[in-house]
Design a protein around this ligand. Structure first.
Ligand code: SAM
Length: 284
């Protein structure tokens, strides 16, 4: 292993594997071996990772329930010139994992915070989903109760970007049922399960076909998964009640040509289809 220069008084945010231990970077190993202390979500879990790489170092627990208390202590160690690594149980810390309060606190004190990049389940899933990634929306964990889950999904019904969710596979059937109810059975969905592990599975289909697939294979309800849902694609031929409402409001303020052009731009529908409707309002 080459010598990494650890900067004093720096908090390193270190990504660890999401399954396959081979995905840890050389730099991550060097930092974990050389920092003064490793703050981790679960010291026993991180202990196993460290021993797999024969790294002996001090660990300190920092999880959702003690982050606020720990932040002052960690900041004081950094101010004394100690170097500290923050890791979570898997993947990139702070991504649906603890660390946000600590990082904000350290940055507000002018302390150096430096990333050691690596695995992240959301990004790994996106990289194999085959859906647009130029813009996407990371939505974190879906609520576990169906009512709240449906509300979350309904609020995203017109979201045009690819959406990325974390969810438990044991809930996958209920979740996909809710996707069918709220976003429609036609919506294209990708399930990325057990990424980088032995039973890695990436399966994509319409929500209703995916539901049938899950129902006939209980093995798909095990492990960890990322759910990716295709963004809403406006049908240029569909003139919804919402489009009509916009058009009416605009027609009250401006000429039909301008109103149709603006309404078409807002809703992604064809301008010509709106002219006919605007004309029928005038005649009506
Ligand atoms: N910080 C982590 C990251 O960078 O991906 C995410 C932590 S979050 C508490 C854990 C969730 O990530 C799991 O419930 C699952 O949705 C997803 N996840 C983690 N590892 C995964 C894997 N190997 N395959 C699929 N999803 C995974």
């Amino acid at each position: 292993m080459s010598e990494t220069c650890i900067d004093k008084g720096t908090l390193y945010i270190v990504a660890t594997p999401i399954g396959n231990l081979g995905d840890i970077s050389t730099r991550a190993l060097e930092v974990l071996a050389q920092v003064d202390i490793i703050a981790c979500e679960d010291t026993r879990h991180t202990g196993k990772l460290l021993s797999a790489f024969s790294i002996k170092n001090k660990t300190l627990s920092m999880h959702d329930h003690n982050e606020r208390q720990r932040q002052d202590y960690i900041a004081s160690l950094l101010q004394e010139g100690k170097s500290i690594a923050l890791v979570s149980d898997a993947g990139t810390p702070l991504i649906s994992d603890p660390g946000f309060h600590l990082v904000r606190h350290c940055r507000s004190l002018g302390l150096a915070v430096s990333p050691i990049p690596g695995a992240c389940a959301a990004i790994s899933a996106l990289s194999v989903a085959g859906l647009p990634t130029d813009r996407f929306s990371f939505e974190g964990f879906l609520p576990s109760k169906s009512g709240a889950r449906q509300s979350t999904l309904l609020a995203l019904v017109n979201e045009p970007r690819t959406m990325v969710f974390y969810d438990a596979p044991r809930r996958a059937i209920d979740t996909i049922k809710d996707v069918v109810t709220t976003l429609g059975g036609e919506r294209y969905v990708v399930i990325a399960r057990e990424l980088t592990k032995t039973f890695e599975t990436v399966h994509s289909d319409s929500a209703e076909n995916l539901l049938a697939w899950l129902e006939q294979d209980p093995n798909q309800l095990k492990g960890e998964m990322v759910l990716i849902i295709e963004g809403y694609k406006a049908d240029p031929d569909e003139i919804s009640a919402e489009v009509i409402k916009t058009l009416r409001l605009l027609l009250a303020e401006m000429k039909p040509k301008t109103a149709c052009a603006i309404a078409a731009e807002i809703h992604g529908v064809k301008k010509n289809a709106l002219y006919d409707i605007a004309l029928s309002f005038k005649e009506g």
